[in-house]
Design a protein around this ligand. Structure first.
Ligand code: PBG
Length: 352
């Protein structure tokens, strides 16, 4: 219908490209969507702590808990019900020492957790985070030589941790320490121990990021002094990430991680364009905390912002995403938060 005399009669505009044609209804948008997210995309991190009957919510990460081993079957059941297929395990041991001996103990907290999860649900894929920082009394990622992390002694420690996790039932080990040469050493140690078929998912491009703040509360791994800038990457560098990834793949990494995710989408894209290996992005604790906090203040719609974020990380080139939103994202997807189907779709703007 034309309304006469309002000045907007719509002169003919021959030849313009009408890109809106492909946005007019949910069905058409579904048809041309380039990136989709699904339950299989997400890996849920879990913090396993010592003791029993512990289900302690982490202050800066609402909805995330430190769980004792006896609480895991219930959590794993919930995750599986939601559709989550993989978990990433961190351990908080009762005793910490200079050598991180709790990290490789056969009855260590993570090793017991792995056995408990495999008993409950052998289908749940278990990724073990291989690092020393949760197990050292000084909170650093390895063996100290004075105030510095001693690379080569730490690498030997990491190999031992990886083998102990493989023995306990890990499906994949994920070294997150950023020491040089650790992938090669872990590969050799796994092979020696008979785990030739166990993949390594290395945190290849891991930045010295302030976005890990809430994690350090969750995993009780705040360094007692100093920081991790002597081994984690400078946030200002992108090309260097390609060097790190190339080295890890060369040493035998099967899957590589870029971490964090939201402020590093360019790095994910560069990695995707440069390598054929599977790439996982780690949507870290601070990224989760920011969304939770803004949502609690009523400033954003958490479900939509979280799903949009995960879509963007995948669009940037990540094949899979480690995210604290995994369980909730699976549920929201199932509830159809992304798929609002209405005959006259524009109306959803009005009654949203
Ligand atoms: C080290 C490790 C860290 C994270 C994962 N593995 C902390 C660090 O490097 O200081 C951070 C994850 C997050 O912030 O969600 N074991």
């Amino acid at each position: 219908m034309r309304v006469a005399g309002n000045g907007f009669e719509g002169a003919a505009m021959p030849g313009i490209r009408r890109t809106r044609r492909l946005r007019r209804s949910a069905a058409v948008r579904d048809l041309v969507r380039e990136t989709t997210i699904a339950a299989e995309d997400f890996i849920q991190p879990l913090f396993v702590t010592h003791g029993s009957g512990v289900r302690h919510e982490i202050g800066s990460m609402p909805g995330q808990f430190q769980l004792s081993v006896d609480q895991l079957p219930r959590e794993i059941e919930e995750l599986a019900e939601a559709g989550v297929k993989a978990v990433l395990l961190f351990g908080i041991p009762e005793e910490k020492d200079r050598e991180a001996s709790g990290a490789f103990a056969a009855d260590g907290v993570v090793q017991r957790a792995m056995r408990a999860i495999k008993r409950e649900n052998p289908e749940m894929l278990i990724v073990g985070d291989v690092c020393a920082c949760e197990y050292t009394d000084h909170g650093h990622c390895g063996i100290l030589d004075g105030c510095e992390v001693d690379n080569d002694r730490t690498v030997a420690l990491l190999a031992r941790i990886a083998v102990s996790q493989a023995d306990a039932g890990a499906d994949i080990v994920a070294p997150s320490d950023m020491m040089d040469g650790r992938v090669q050493a872990i590969r050799a140690a796994l092979d020696d121990a008979g785990h030739v078929n166990l993949p390594i998912m290395s945190y290849a491009a891991k930045y010295a990021s302030a976005f890990y703040g809430p994690f350090r509360e969750a995993a009780a791994s705040m360094p007692a002094f100093g920081d991790r800038r002597s081994h984690q990457m400078d946030p200002a560098n992108a090309r260097e990430a390609l060097t790190e990834i190339a080295i890890d793949l060369d040493e035998g990494a099967d899957i590589v991680i870029v971490k964090p995710a939201m402020a590093y989408l360019d790095v994910i894209r560069m990695a995707r364009d440069s390598f054929d290996a599977p790439i996982v992005a780690y949507n870290v604790s601070g990224e989760y905390a920011m969304i939770k906090a803004a949502a609690q203040l009523g400033w954003i719609d958490e479900r939509k912002v979280a799903l949009e974020t995960l879509t963007a990380i995948k669009r940037a080139g990540a094949g899979r995403i480690i995210t604290y939103h995994a369980k909730e994202a699976c549920r929201w997807l199932r509830e159809g938060v992304l798929a609002q189907r209405r005959p006259v779709d524009v109306m959803s703007e009005w009654d949203a």
